[in-house]
Design a protein around this ligand. Structure first.
Ligand code: F6P
Length: 357
């Protein structure tokens, strides 16, 4: 008999349920009497001892369901070593519940922050297997995270919808895409949605180059333009500042997000009418796309195999289409960013799409 704890942590995304289903189905095939502890609301549940026993039937019908059936929360890694407001040692509490519940292993689904804490638990002696979750696709050691492709679909649909109205009105439109500190989501949705300008954090933009690209389109008789702007996009000027300088500059910034700043600058410099659309959390919502359902099922099955083989301390990752075990110490604390020199960037430039540089 095996007893395994499932935990989903950080921002949710499509494919969490599909992935847990993949792990559970594979495990139940091997151990029909196994017990799954659904640890509630991420690390919070592990710290404060909240779980729900999950049966085989709980995993039926959830392949297509967005969100997570066990809830999630953000419990930042940087505060994990700090006691809570009642003086509770969080790391000790997690280890103690792990032991008290008699778990053979923790299956942790999460992004970057989650992986840091998962690695900490591994270092503290817990058996851990992880799965790469995030719409940002920024987890080191895997080509793809589940959730990413579903979010690309939604952000692309947003850009598609903007196309018709932008053309009718002859306006400049900015679609602000999620992705935190990286530009994967914006890059892919921007290409798929036929954006004219793509601004991502990895390639700091020059607003004058953005304006030149817009003027060029106007001179060519193109009466509208679409910019896909990452929420983390940054100007060359700001990228040259120190962390401290940037923080203090941003404190005084009146704009709700970068797109509004860029929008105002474009309007002032070109006289063109600008509108901003921020699809926001819709990008994380709804059902996983078929691609995500496939990788979720594959990664889930692979994680289960690791548990069956007693191979702990790894993330199930995807490399060149194959599922591979990636050591947690290699994953934790690293960010997978877009390489500005990568082929994809050169190809996109070749299409005449501007990165504002
Ligand atoms: O990491 C996923 C993500 O959706 C990012 O793209 C975004 O910056 C962030 O989470 C938003 O976080 P929250 O849901 O806490 O507002």
């Amino acid at each position: 008999m095996k007893r395994v704890g499932f935990l989903t942590s950080g921002g949710d995304c499509q494919g969490l349920n599909a992935t847990m289903r993949g792990v559970a189905k594979t495990l139940f095939q091997q151990y029909p009497d196994m017990e799954i502890y659904g640890i509630l609301e991420g690390y919070k549940g592990l710290i404060y001892g909240n779980y729900r026993l999950l049966k085989s039937r709980d995993f039926s019908g959830i392949l297509t369901e967005g969100g997570t059936i066990i809830g999630t929360s953000r419990t930042p890694f940087k505060y994990m070593r700090e006691p809570d407001e009642n003086g509770l040692d969080k790391v000790e509490a997690m280890k103690s519940n792990y032991k008290k519940w008699g778990l053979d292993c923790l299956v942790i689904l999460g992004g970057n922050g989650t992986h840091k804490t998962a690695n900490l638990l591994r270092e503290e002696g817990c058996n851990v297997v992880t799965l790469p979750k995030t719409i940002d696709n920024d987890i080191w050691g895997t080509d793809m995270t589940f959730g990413f492709q579903s979010a690309v679909d939604i952000a692309t649909t947003a850009i598609d919808c903007i196309h018709t109205t932008a053309a009718s009105h002859g306006r400049v439109f900015i679609v602000e895409v999620m992705g935190h500190k990286v530009g994967w989501l914006t890059l892919h949705a921007g290409i798929a949605g036929g954006a004219d300008i793509i601004l991502i954090p990895e390639i700091p933009y020059d607003i004058n180059v953005v304006v030149d690209a817009l003027d060029k389109r106007a001179k060519e008789g193109k009466n509208f333009s679409i910019l896909a702007v990452a929420e983390g996009a940054i100007s060359k000027e700001d990228a040259a500042l120190s962390k401290k300088e940037l923080k203090s500059k941003r404190k005084k910034n009146p704009f709700p997000s970068i797109s509004y700043q860029i929008g105002q600058e474009i309007q002032e410099k070109t006289g063109q009418e600008v509108r901003i659309t921020v699809p926001g959390h819709t990008q994380r919502g709804g059902e996983p796309c078929p691609y995500d359902r496939v990788i979720s099922s594959r990664l889930g099955a692979a994680a289960a195999r690791m548990i069956i083989e007693g191979k702990y301390g790894y993330m199930a990752g995807l490399r060149n289409g194959e599922v591979v075990p990636v050591p947690l110490e290699e994953v934790a604390g690293k960010l997978k960013m877009v390489d500005p020199e990568a082929d994809i960037i050169q190809e996109v430039k070749g299409l005449g799409i501007s990165f504002g540089v």
